[in-house]
Design a protein around this ligand. Structure first.
Ligand code: GLC
Length: 426
């Protein structure tokens, strides 16, 4: 690829955030290996160092639990600058990890790496990863969908990767805040508090961690007795896509194991996704499985339906109308929450800001489904945001200002693989 200045900066960010085979999302604010950040980092590395790209995923799977779960953070070593660290999670895992997972984008990434690689060594690496990916997907389909509804739940807002989204407001309001002990947040020491979750949210996050520890992070205990269990359209769509990619990977690797099982998961999800459709808001929304109540607003992850392969139906048209509404109300696509809602907060993390990685998934799905104009708008805006503001964690959809952490790994990776004029991938 012909590199431009921003390409070079993006490469430098990945190299700087490299901690020897795995990448931190950004120095200080997030000093460990995060699950889906790493998968996106691998895609970024694949544009200039394929070996390093594979290594990122392999190191992520070093944290896999015996039951198949791949944790959302692998700590490896403690860092007093981060809270909550390994002792708070109390998982007894080796290497030390958190106790729940994050959106499973890795299978989709491994498929892309394998397609790109084409060498015997690449086939060997994909073959070694396949059973691990299969075990992780199986874990999601059982641990986080114990009743076989075809929608995937999260036990903590952190598991969704969209910590303070309004999707979780009602379910979180039913969680007793932690009163038992005091703690000191570290995130607001690195980033302005107005761009981070509120204290009231945080007290509830910690309360769920306490209950997870009491359950020894066992899925059945968390689903039955944990204070939070909500179906997430984001993970459900990401997993639906990842299942399709895993099946395609198995076929291209000539591996027979898992075919039927994966096809069943896909069929179950295609039938189950209707449960998340909310006609009042014209989209797929989160569903509190403790109360049966649907979240009353639209998040940008609803627009991952195309990425998940759900392209036919009147619902897809309604969804496209919803996306146009988002885009009409905000100069920069795609706000993480409905910009016409009272809950929209343009600078506060997952309550409004634009996230480049989510844009890349939405844009890819739109392009595949033939919504070329919308796909172009999403990609163009992402490019503009990064060109103007730099490689920030997220962006204000009204002004385009960068927010949160800087020199961010997944923003740099998304630039290289998708948003840069030199990116070859659509
Ligand atoms: C925040 C995000 C999460 C991400 C992590 C590291 O917690 O909500 O999605 O993985 O930061 O970047």
């Amino acid at each position: 690829m012909a590199m431009n200045d921003l390409d070079e900066q993006a490469v430098a960010i990945l190299r700087t955030n490299d901690r020897g085979g795995f990448t931190v999302p950004t120095a200080r604010l997030y000093p460990f290996q995060w699950n889906w950040d790493s998968a996106f980092a691998a895609l970024g590395f694949s544009t200039f160092d394929l070996d390093r790209a594979w290594r990122e995923i392999e190191m992520l799977f070093e944290g896999q639990w015996p039951d198949g779960m791949v944790p959302h953070i692998i700590f490896r070593r403690d860092d007093p600058d981060y809270f909550p660290g390994p002792s708070v999670w109390g998982t007894e895992a080796e290497p030390p990890t958190s106790g729940h997972s994050q959106p499973p984008v890795a299978a989709s990434v491994v498929r892309m790496l394998h397609d790109k690689d084409g060498s015997e060594a690449g086939t060997g690496r994909a073959t070694a990863l396949y059973p691990k990916l299969l075990a992780w997907h199986r874990w999601f389909h059982t641990a986080r969908d114990p009743d076989g509804r075809g929608v995937i739940a999260v036990v903590h807002p952190w598991e969704s990767g969209r910590d303070n989204s309004p999707d979780w407001d009602a379910a979180l309001a039913n969680v007793e805040p932690t009163a038992a002990r005091s703690y000191v947040r570290r995130d607001t020491g690195h980033v302005d508090a107005s761009m981070r979750p509120t204290q009231s949210d945080y007290d509830r996050y910690m309360s769920i961690v306490d209950s997870g520890r009491a359950c020894r992070w066992q899925p059945a205990c968390m689903a039955d007795t944990g204070p939070f269990f909500a179906a997430d359209p984001g993970i459900t769509f990401v997993l639906m896509r990842a299942d399709r990619d895993l099946l395609a990977l198995a076929e291209s690797l000539d591996i027979a194991e898992g075919h039927e099982e994966i096809a069943d998961w896909i069929a179950r999800a295609e039938a189950g996704i209707d449960r998340l459709w909310n006609d009042a808001v014209g989209g797929y929304t989160a569903l509190d499985l403790k109360t049966g109540k649907s979240a009353g607003g639209l998040s940008s992850v609803a627009f991952l339906a195309w990425y998940a392969g759900l392209v036919e139906s009147a619902r897809a048209d309604k969804l496209a109308d919803g996306l146009r509404r988002f885009l009409d109300a905000a100069p920069f696509a795609v706000p993480s929450f409905d910009p016409t809602s009272a809950k929209f907060d343009r600078m506060r993390y997952w309550r409004g800001p634009v996230w480049a990685v989510i844009n890349s998934l939405i844009g890819r799905g739109l392009a595949e489904a033939g919504h070329t104009k919308l796909a172009d708008r999403v990609r163009r805006d992402t490019r503009k945001l990064i060109e103007r503001a730099g490689f920030f964690e997220y962006f204000d959809p009204q002004t385009g200002a960068g927010a949160g952490g800087g020199n961010f790994t997944w923003t740099a990776a998304t630039w290289l693989v998708w948003a840069s004029p030199s990116a070859s991938e659509v």
